[in-house]
Every structure is written in C-alpha cells, then in structure tokens.
Design a protein around this ligand. Structure first.
Ligand code: C5P
Length: 304
C-alpha cells in the first residue's frame, strides 16, 4: 500500500486516505481508549511525502492545512525512527497534502506511516514492515492499519490488523464539510450516549457484500460514532448536514468515516460517482471520487 520510489537523492512515498466502511465500538477500556471492530479500506486519495538526507530537520507543507511544529505526526514519526535506529543526521521532508485533515480519513496517520517507511529506506534502517507498524502504534491508533493490505479488519484500539482477502469494485464519493471533528471529543460524546447500541449487523458483515451491488451494502454500513458526532453539534440543521446532502443527491449507500466529519457514498460505476459528486459539490460540499486500492505494497526504482 505505501509504495516508495527511490532515486539517488530522495525517497518518495504516496500516503493513501482510508475510510471505515464500518465501525463498531465494543467497549471502553481501563486506559480510556475504546476497543473497536472496523472494516477499513485504503482509497485513491493521496498525500505525497518526499524525503532527502540532511544534517538538520526541515518540514515543508503544501496544499491542505496541517498542524505544524512538533505536533505534526510526520516529525514525531521521523524522530521516533531516528532515535530507535540510532541514526546520525536528519532529513528534509516535503509534504504535499491533499487529504483533508480532521475528517476521519486518517491522513495524519497515513503520513506518519509513510514517514516510517520512507525514512527506513532513506537511512537504510532495514526495519521490517511489522516492526514499523509496531512503532507506528506509539504515534496513533490509526497508524498500523496503513501497513496492512487495502482492505483489513481493525481490532483493539486500532493496532490489531487482520488482512481481509477481499476486493471490491465500488467507486466512492468522499464528501466533507468545512469543519473537522476532534477524535477524543467524539469518543467522549460516545461514552455519554444513553443506550448501548444494537450490535447487529456486526462490523465484519460488510465483507460478504463487497462483491455485490453498492445499494445492497446499505444496511451493513454501521458506524457507532455517528450519533456521538451529532451530539457534538446540537444546533446543526440536519437537512444541511453532509449525510442528508449525499442522500438527497441520490446516494443509496452512505456512511460516516472514522470519527467524522466526512461521509462517503458507494456507487457501482464511475459515471454514477461523478454525477453524484457534481450534485453534492453544487450544494457547497467538497468531494473526491476514489476507488479502493487494489495493488499490494511494491517498490519502484525511479531513474536518478
Ligand atoms: O490514538 P489517537 O491519538 O489517534 O487517539 C485520539 C483519541 O481518540 C484518544 O486520545 C482517545 O480519546 C480516542 N480513541 C479512543 N479509542 C480508540 C482510538 C482513539 O478512545 N480506539
């Protein structure tokens, strides 16, 4: 999934976005995290990271807004690998940001995973992908999933990744509002919800529907955090929310990804996805048309 392209002077990694096709919260744990069961798919919306060897640290960001300074997961990941492997020197990193942050697409986590993979190559650290995924778990719950295949079942707080030997031919319309959702606050709001949600369908039931028509997946697209995000926006007009806009425009199988604020709609054809995206854009909501990634991890050598 995290493809690297190497030249003599740099390593480039494309970091994909993810969507949670389904997400069930199983329980709150003693450490404050929540055990999940989620089916996650990596999709064809990418940030690009370019790494060059240097004596000092330097991160430049282009495109969508990203949290700067030491809070940036890219620099945290770089320093973690640097210290773990006892590397001398540092790196200059260019981040081309296309995945909108704070929307549930895991962009920051994917960037962190890409940083571990890219700098592992650049510095010749020779850590396995399994080792890097374990390191990534220290940076955030969503980081390990980017070391798995395009479709996987995620358990625990996010660190247990079970490959799903599944393919799906759907096109997805991603749609996101002009605000993000703070993950910790969404989980806290989930804890305040009055009743225990119905456990049927299970998060994994979607796996039997991946080969079928998008419309038939609709009853299986569950996300336990959606009600919590609604409670965080008490005054919001439901008819103007992204779910309502997607459904009014004809989206037949719509769900929220992660802890929000973005949604996606499944369609059977690219033409249908493009029509839906255009209608949603006319309603003032940003969109992207993507597919679930198919290609397994591979390495390409670029001409230097
Ligand atoms: O791991 P990460 O830093 O991405 O998580 C952000 C916050 O989301 C955590 O501090 C926690 O409050 C919440 N969280 C959770 N259960 C998870 C993942 C995240 O409660 N499985």
């Amino acid at each position: 999934m995290l493809e690297t392209t190497s030249s003599s002077r740099s390593v480039t990694v494309d970091a994909p976005a993810k969507v949670n096709l389904t997400l069930r919260v199983l329980r709150r744990r003693a450490d404050g995290y929540h055990d999940l069961e989620s089916v996650v798919a990596a999709v064809s919306l990418f940030d690009t990271l370019i790494f060059q060897p240097a004596d000092d640290w330097h991160l430049t960001c282009h495109g969508e807004e990203v949290p700067g300074g030491d809070d940036n997961l890219v620099l945290k990941a770089a320093r973690l690998l640097h210290d773990t492997c006892g590397v001398r020197g540092a790196a200059h990193i260019r981040l081309e940001k296309r995945i909108p942050p704070g929307r549930g697409f895991g962009g920051g986590s994917s960037d962190a995973a890409a940083t571990l993979v890219g700098l592992n190559d650049l510095w010749g650290c020779r850590r396995s992908r399994e080792d890097l995924a374990a390191l990534g778990a220290h940076l955030g719950s969503d980081v390990p999933l980017f070391f798995g295949p395009p479709i996987s079942i995620v358990r625990g707080r996010g660190e247990r990744i079970e490959p799903a030997a599944a393919r799906c031919s759907w096109h997805l319309v991603l749609a996101w509002p002009d605000f993000g959702m703070p993950t910790a606050q969404v989980y806290a709001a989930y804890d305040r919800l009055p009743s225990v949600p119905n456990r049927r369908p299970a998060a994994t039931d979607i796996l039997d529907r991946l080969a079928g028509p998008a419309r038939e997946a609709r009853p299986f697209l569950v996300n336990d955090l959606e009600a919590a995000t609604r409670n965080l926006r008490p005054g919001a007009d439901a008819s103007k929310e992204v779910r309502a806009i997607l459904e009014r425009a004809g989206g037949a199988a719509v769900a929220m990804t992660g802890s929000g604020s973005a949604y996606f709609a499944l369609t059977d054809t690219e033409a249908e996805a493009r029509r839906l995206a255009e209608a949603v854009r006319r309603a003032g909501v940003e969109t992207a048309v993507v597919k679930v990634l198919e290609v397994p991890n591979s390495r390409k050598e670029a001409p230097s």
